[in-house]
Design a protein around this ligand. Structure first.
Ligand SMILES: [Zn+2]
Length: 308
């Protein structure tokens, strides 16, 4: 059984201006490296469906979903916040990105794939229940998690988020849901300027000082994430997989390398194998320097799939 790889060309049509770091080329950079390394030969490549209103409504208010649809421009761009813009293709791309997480969940829980990676944009973890922001519109991973809980009847699902920015959107939606454990590391003092005071007991937020380095990241995972995950015993694990903590990515200053993404993925795989029958859905979040992004995703997927 092959790991699932889910993407869609609609995700490339969304763009927020020629100088914007969250650029369409991110999808192709990842896809091309996976292709030339032969990794896609070992993955079941699927087209992302459009998320339905019912699926989105498990993570977002329907009023927000309708407002976003109404804001969608006929041409040009409209600003949602200073850094988050919609073009005529954004809304459809956002539906595909969330739909990818739903399909990934269905495939993994339906026994059609052991794990899944969603190569999609816009990313999701800054999208709150009723607000876009930070390049995000719908919270893809959380839409997938709520699908696992509400549609498939799982009782405990974990979200791990190693993006260099705090997943404030995921926390906003999940902090009062006892069926969920969220474990997050992030750089303190940068966007979205929160996370150090967790909003609920199910939030394991570890803020790392700027330039704290690889050892501090690994220590945070070992000291804070792993004991909480062991105690929670998730039946499935979702990953908000952001790679902007890479040393060569100018968005953050944590200083991670490909080996660190492989290492943290291995820790997550071990938790999933002990408690969740190995079931993992990973959704792309940040990562803006194309070459380190693609190399880091390759390292992540090699561990996720067990294919060298
Ligand atoms: Zn980020």
């Amino acid at each position: 059984m092959l790991a699932a790889y889910i993407t869609h060309q609609d995700c490339v049509k969304h763009e927020m201006g020629s100088d914007h770091p969250e650029c369409p080329e991110r999808i192709g950079a990842i896809h091309d490296l996976l292709l030339v390394k032969g990794m896609l030969d070992y993955m079941d490549c699927q087209q992302a469906p459009l998320a339905t209103e019912q699926q989105l409504g498990r993570a977002h208010s329907l009023l927000y979903v309708h407002e976003l649809a109404a804001l969608s421009p006929q041409s040009g761009h409209i600003h949602i916040d200073p850094d988050t813009l919609m073009n005529p293709h954004t809304y459809t791309a956002a539906l595909r990105a969330a739909g990818a997480a739903v399909l990934a969940t269905d495939m993994v829980l339906g026994g059609k794939a052991p794990v899944a990676f969603c190569n999609v944009r816009p990313p999701g973890h800054h999208a709150e229940r009723a607000a876009a922001g930070g390049f995000c519109f719908f919270n893809n991973a959380v839409v997938g998690m709520r699908h696992a809980l509400d549609e498939h009847g799982l009782e405990r699902v974990a979200l791990v988020d190693f993006d260099v920015h705090h997943g404030n959107g995921s926390e906003d939606i999940l902090f009062d849901d006892p069926r969920v454990l969220m474990c997050s590391t992030f750089e303190k003092g940068i966007y979205p300027f929160c996370g150090s005071n967790p909003r609920g007991p199910n939030m394991i937020n570890v803020g790392l000082p700027s330039r704290s380095g690889r050892d501090a990241f690994r220590a945070a995972v070992e000291t804070h994430w792993l004991p909480a995950l062991e105690a929670f015993k998730p039946q499935m694990v979702f990953i908000s997989a952001g790679f902007d903590g890479h040393r060569d990515d100018y968005m953050g200053n944590i200083g991670l390398l490909e080996a660190d993404y492989a290492w943290v993925t291995q820790q997550i795989v071990q938790v999933a194998q002990r408690h969740a029958k190995g079931r993992i859905v990973s959704c792309l979040e940040g990562g803006y320097e194309l070459s380190p992004l693609a190399r880091s995703v390759l390292a992540h997927i090699r561990v996720l799939t067990g294919v060298d």
